[in-house]
Design a protein around this ligand. Sequence first.
Ligand SMILES: Nc1ccn([C@@H]2O[C@H](COP(=O)(O)OP(=O)(O)OP(=O)(O)O)[C@@H](O)[C@H]2O)c(=O)n1
Ligand SMILES: C[C@](O)(CO)[C@H](O)COP(=O)(O)O
Length: 244
Amino acid sequence: MRPFPPLETHPLTSDASPRCFALLPCAGSGSRAGTAQPKQYQEVDGMPMVLHTLAAFSAVARIAQVLLVVAPDDRFLSIDHPDVRLRPCGGASRAESVRNGLTALLETGALATDWVLVHDAARCLVTSEQIESLIKVCAEDSVGGLLALKLPDTLKAESDGRVSATLDRSDKWLAQTPQMFRIGPLLEALQAQAASGFAGVTDEASAMEMAGFAPRLVPGSAQNFKVTYPEDFALAEAILRSRS
Ligand SMILES: Nc1ccn([C@@H]2O[C@H](COP(=O)(O)OP(=O)(O)OP(=O)(O)O)[C@@H](O)[C@H]2O)c(=O)n1
Ligand SMILES: C[C@](O)(CO)[C@H](O)COP(=O)(O)O
């Protein structure tokens, strides 16, 4: 893994411009994946999934630091890298892990006006180019946004196991990560949903939407899928091998 550029010579930090941080929620149990250990630590193409994810972020010059949010009792990972921090502040839900990670970022010197790219540790196929394309669009946007994919298939609604309708999919997108927002507004948006147990907050964009913002949709890639089910590992392995 290459070292991240030092903060003082970083293009976004050499002046008053906001910096870009990455926050990787890595505290899930991966129950749907059926692995003995949490899926993000499962080896894919020779190393734990999360290290592939980290490698993609470490190759992006505009990322100043990465914060990995792991579960409090997590003993799977030890990282020796000056610009990667490990925080055992994972919560009961993904939203809570992200909220705790944002608080940790502010405690370690990030500013509320800096950007954060939140990315699932379990999306180990993300590429540096995809991350850069999101940064390029969002850094010029007043709100921020997310990588997402237009639906490639016909969309059906269901009732009792039967199709009740074929839906218009022309305005439907599948949300991916990274999702890029300013740290302060995102933390505020998440805090506002904490009392309800983060109900309906399945990603950062949904919290921002609840706060009245309209995040930008930036086209992602079908290869940037989240490893979720047992069969996803073989596909991830095949794609990673085809790249190396
Ligand atoms: N309490 C949680 C739950 C999830 N995540 C992280 O959020 C990302 C996306 O979560 P997902 O894979 O959907 O959830 P898991 O809880 O890991 O899996 P499952 O729902 O199958 O148990 C993963 O990198 C996961 O580690 C987290 O940091 N904290
Ligand atoms: C954040 C996310 O990856 C966007 O697609 C996704 O919602 C996380 O998965 P979950 O199953 O909803 O936890």
